[in-house]
Design a protein around this ligand. Structure first.
Ligand SMILES: Cc1cc2nc3c(=O)[nH]c(=O)nc-3n(C[C@H](O)[C@H](O)[C@H](O)COP(=O)(O)OP(=O)(O)OC[C@H]3O[C@@H](n4cnc5c(N)ncnc54)[C@H](O)[C@@H]3O)c2cc1C
Length: 258
């Protein structure tokens, strides 16, 4: 069963109002991964008017209910193997039993889930980074300019060595944070650092590697160009780099007091 993914927007306006043993949902969701094909979505909606950290709940929402409108499939620069939809809810009736956990705990659940989502994002990208470096090595070894492989330029093999070193450092951080998480620790700080570093390294690595493929790198025929497009999302999705920096600063107690 396919499900649409939920992330967190603190400015959520979608409301789920309890009427009898149902919630009546009105609002919308701009970014919904798998939204055009999902059977259900995990929706974060306001279930009361209380403070923003206590007024949200997670609701399992079947996508075939009357009033669920998939308005459009969003045209993106990358991540074409996964659709992203804008969805609206117009008086959608959902049984109250579809709530996930306790009412009003949605924000807390979402914050806990973000640790896993951000670690997953990093785990998902480190092997691809290895592969892109290896494919760049293979390509530049056989691509000769004036009888010399592109790889033999020190600027190229040193840069690839630097990038591989960065990938190994990121992998170590990922393993450390994952091991701590499995033992039951709060790893929000380390997971945010890993996600930040993963996004930035993906941008550096995809740009450098694509460069060494020359014109071939600018075609849609090689994986490096797809990685260049797809991996750009890493610094934006699941919380932008700046949001990660804010979380890290919070844990370092360096945010200005209001
Ligand atoms: C392909 C794709 C799929 C997605 N799928 C889902 C999904 O399934 N479910 C879901 O819920 N969401 C999804 N999202 C939404 C995604 O999580 C958001 O796009 C992301 O969190 C950034 O939020 P925003 O787009 O509202 O950017 P904004 O909040 O408008 O931020 C814009 C920019 O402002 C800057 N900025 C933001 N906050 C700060 C700050 N505190 N300090 C300094 N600068 C700041 C950053 O540079 C940021 O990129 C998806 C997005 C994309 C592009």
């Amino acid at each position: 069963m396919t499900h649409a993914q939920l992330l967190f927007n603190p400015g959520i306006k979608t409301k789920a109002v309890k009427k009898g043993d149902e919630y009546v949902i009105n609002g919308g969701k701009m970014w919904t991964t798998n939204g055009t094909q999902a059977d259900w979505m995990c929706l974060l909606a306001n279930t009361s008017d209380g403070p923003p950290h206590r007024n949200k709940s997670l609701i399992c929402l079947p996508m075939n209910l009357p009033g669920v409108h998939v308005a459009r499939k969003i045209n993106k620069i990358g991540m074409w193997s996964s659709d992203t939809a804008e969805v609206f809810f117009d008086d959608v009736h959902v049984p109250c039993k579809n709530i996930i956990g306790q009412e009003g705990m949605g924000f807390t659940y979402q914050m806990l889930q973000f640790q896993e989502e951000r670690l997953w994002a990093v785990a998902n990208i480190v092997t691809t980074m290895d592969n892109i470096i290896q494919e760049t090595i293979d390509y530049t070894r056989q691509r000769k300019i004036f009888k010399q492989p592109v790889l033999y330029h020190q600027a190229v093999h040193f840069r690839l060595a630097e990038l591989q070193t960065e990938v190994e450092l990121l992998r170590s951080l990922l393993y450390r944070a994952s091991a701590m998480y499995i033992k039951g620790n709060d790893v929000t700080k380390l997971a945010s650092m890993a996600k930040l570093k993963g996004g930035r390294l993906a941008r550096e690595l995809s740009d450098s590697c694509l460069q060494y493929w020359g014109g071939m790198g600018y075609t849609s025929e090689v994986p490096v160009s797809r990685f260049y497009r797809d991996s750009r999302l890493m610094s934006i999705g699941a919380g932008a780099d700046e949001v990660m920096l804010g979380i890290i600063c919070k844990y370092m107690d360096t945010l200005p007091k209001k």
